[in-house]
Design a protein around this ligand. Sequence first.
Ligand code: F0G
Length: 451
Amino acid sequence: MNDNLHQLRCFGCGARISGAEARPDFRCSSCGDLFEVEYAGWNQRQGHDRPNPGALKWLWRERRCSTEPLDQSGVWRFRELLPILDNFGNAVTLREGNTPLYPLLRSAKALGIDQLFAKHQGMNPTGSFKDTGMTAALSVAKERGFEWVACASTGNTSAAMSAYAARAGLRCLVLIPEGKIAWGKLSQAMDYGAITCQLKTDFDGCVKLLTKIVRESPIYLLNSVNPYRLEGQKTPAFEIAEAFDWNVPDHLIVPGGNLANSAALGKGFRELHELGLVARLPKISVIQAQGANPLARAFAANDGQSIEPVEAHTRATAIRIGNPASWRKAARVIHETGGWCLDVSEAEIAIAKAELGAEGLGCEPASAVTLAGLKKLRAQGKVAGSETVVLILTGHTLKDADYTIDFHRGTLLSEKESAGHEIAIEALRRNAVAVDATPEAVLAAMQVDAR
Ligand code: F0G
């Protein structure tokens, strides 16, 4: 079986190469920009050769009832739209994707929005959206015969890579910034058998070093500069469109770190549109943490035409990134869909996370920027109450339990950070209390909490 129909197109200069010709750092040898996977001929194909929208929609839904591992994956059940392997039999899957879409009734009411949903990508096998990209890119590594894979990470990519590498029997190397990733994520890399190096630098420093290493050794790079990652990460767009019966929601809100996820979701919707599976694109907005906001600054300064890297600081460690690799791709998605790019403060992130928790949907802090960003967009009149909005929650709450505990204990934010938000924070805090082991003491504690 030869399923492979793709080529790589440089996002900067448009140069086209085959997958096998890509450099180990996935940069264009002419202009240094990143590549995108392109499926030559999709649009030119005529008649019976052109994918039939009705047949595809039926097939993808049918596969949800299948017992085949590939069909049970929320990535590979859409494999007609990601023919990146020579043989789909090489796919390495943990049954990723097919994540839930939850209505957010309380937040919707508070914001005066009729239809508000959370697509919870934290419900993936390793607890983050990275699994959807990793199944795609790691399968390519396996098919191409690599023995080693590697990534620099703020934690979730390394957790996902280590798990998929273990399933495929590949060795893996993880570079992480020392002391700046959440324990839950570090523990996963250890558990799945990665060689984990904690470096005395930040995420951007880890990326630089790894780029040098892969240029000199036969190691397959699995950071999101690898265009195959984005092919997997575009599939939640298909799931969202399917969940709304192929009428896309009005607005999608995505956290922004290295900016590959927003780029991937935009690509997913663009391809659905080009193939006639949906009639329009949703607006896609990207939200960053104020201390790690190069794209938000760029949109404020020059409509996202150029970025200045920043030294990143935020307790939302997953998005503590000052020099995002995929910023051009993300900026294009924001422009072509009519979305926005904003930043939110540490207090706004913490409050939004606690509000999502109070709806029974925990998530990690980086994911909560979406709700915090929506509040701002709504206040600025950029989201109407009649619109259907989907927040992309990227990681599971247990990834960073320290953050949650610090918030509820009241030790997360400095006085300066919480200034002006004290009432909202107090209303949400639910610290664990030490009480005597008697019924009276426990009943009294219940009264205190009934504020
Ligand atoms: N949310 C979470 C939970 C993440 O782990 C990341 C990125 C993002 C959002 C941002 O996505 O980079 O595509 O804009 N985490 C990476 C990692 C960088 O190494 O795990 P992005």
